[in-house]
Design a protein around this ligand. Structure first.
Ligand SMILES: [Zn+2]
Length: 63
């Protein structure tokens, strides 16, 4: 029985949201941080590549 993190309400299995308060239950919320972390990792890679390209591309005598 998944317990709601917000109101401690017992919910039936395979329920996506809490019966009492409507917040997402732990089983479904668990996959979200990993996806967010991967998106953040790709953002860091993209930023690194972008900075590298800018360092090479921008004329140095302007600074
Ligand atoms: Zn709840």
């Amino acid at each position: 029985m998944p317990n709601c993190l917000y109101c401690q309400q017992q919910n039936p299995p395979k329920q996506a949201e809490c019966d009492n308060c409507g917040m997402p239950l732990p089983e479904h919320a668990d996959s979200a941080p990993e996806r967010r972390q991967r998106r953040f990792m790709w953002f860091c890679i993209w930023l690194t590549v972008f900075c590298g390209a800018m360092i090479v591309w921008l004329p140095r005598h302007l600074f």
